[in-house]
Design a protein around this ligand. Sequence first.
Ligand SMILES: CC[C@H](C)[C@H](NC(=O)C[C@H](O)[C@H](CC1CCCCC1)NC(=O)CCNC(=O)[C@H](Cc1ccccc1)NC(=O)N1CCC(N)CC1)C(=O)NCc1cnc(C)nc1N
Length: 331
Amino acid sequence: STGSAAAVPINAEFDIAYVTPVTLGTPPQTLQLDFDSGSSDLWVFSSHLPTSQIRGQEIYAPNKSSTAKLLDGHSWSITYGDGSGSRGNVYTDNVTVGGLMVERQAIECAQQVSSSFTSEAHIDGLVGLGFSTLNTVSPKSQLTFFDNAKGALDSPVFTADLKHKQAGTYDFGFIDKAKYTGEITYVPVNNDPGYWTFSSSGYAVGSGNFSASPISGIADTGTSLIYLPTAVVTAYYRQVQGATNSRSYGGYVFPCSATLPSFTFGVGEARFTIPPAYMSYAAVTPGSSTCFGGLQSSNGVGINIWGDLALKVAFVVFNGGTPPTIGWAAK
Ligand SMILES: CC[C@H](C)[C@H](NC(=O)C[C@H](O)[C@H](CC1CCCCC1)NC(=O)CCNC(=O)[C@H](Cc1ccccc1)NC(=O)N1CCC(N)CC1)C(=O)NCc1cnc(C)nc1N
């Protein structure tokens, strides 16, 4: 079997996150979920949430689904890198993504969400696509949608084709040759503790020479920007007039009128270049002439993260075979 579904940016102005329609239960309830290769819980806004915590999101009501079953005595609680979080109880039910159905998928129903989730009306929950070792359900941890689907897939892979300010796709079970050009460069994945961790072969700032130093980081569809070592980030912003590392804004900012260099990163012998226009993330506040950079330091984060900003200049194959690998191709 295979599946294919759209990845739609939640904000027309800048690509903060992408959501994908997912149907749950019988009759089908459709929610817009954020596919996140940086975590491994499938959780949704649900009928168990206080209405004060719901602001425009769609909810999943297990009691309206004839195929929903409570996973008795199980609960979950998750905290993300940006400090947001949620917790609740667990049901199993049918979950369908782009024509691919998994029966008895653990659906983690939120009973509490942090304020940043309540204020993000476009995200009705997450589909974790990290390794199932990261799943937070207790006392028995649960498998991700991908792990549950894997055995039935034509090939144990999913691919991300994210795009700048337009809808891309997540495919399951096949590699669509129409979505990339040239060859796919595969590199090893270290799935301990459970992220898609791989080694980039280096970077270049603008037309500067390529610095061939390996950078270990995670491929994370759930993170908006790129977080890399300070040496890389200072080399980049040294080329940006007026750039400063702002404590108040929590990262590197610069005048929106500044000329930005492109940023190139390597995967094996392959090279991927993020154009200057993508490297300015957004004005720090609407209408401000100060802009927030798409490349930020990983110092405070603890791991290097290749988020949506990097993923959207490539076609990426998450190969869940044995051993797992990750493939990057131009498009
Ligand atoms: C089982 C836990 C699981 C593996 C967890 N995984 C992650 O945190 C990575 C995961 O990919 C999550 C998935 C996000 C979570 C928030 C909602 C959207 C998806 N990524 C992050 O937390 C990276 C930082 N956040 C981001 O990149 C969010 C994503 C977002 C998008 C739209 C709306 C709201 C949030 N972006 C922003 O906040 N933006 C607004 C500000 C702007 N400057 C950049 C864009 C983890 O490592 N948690 C451990 C952890 C806990 N506490 C902390 C402090 N750090 C941690 N790493």
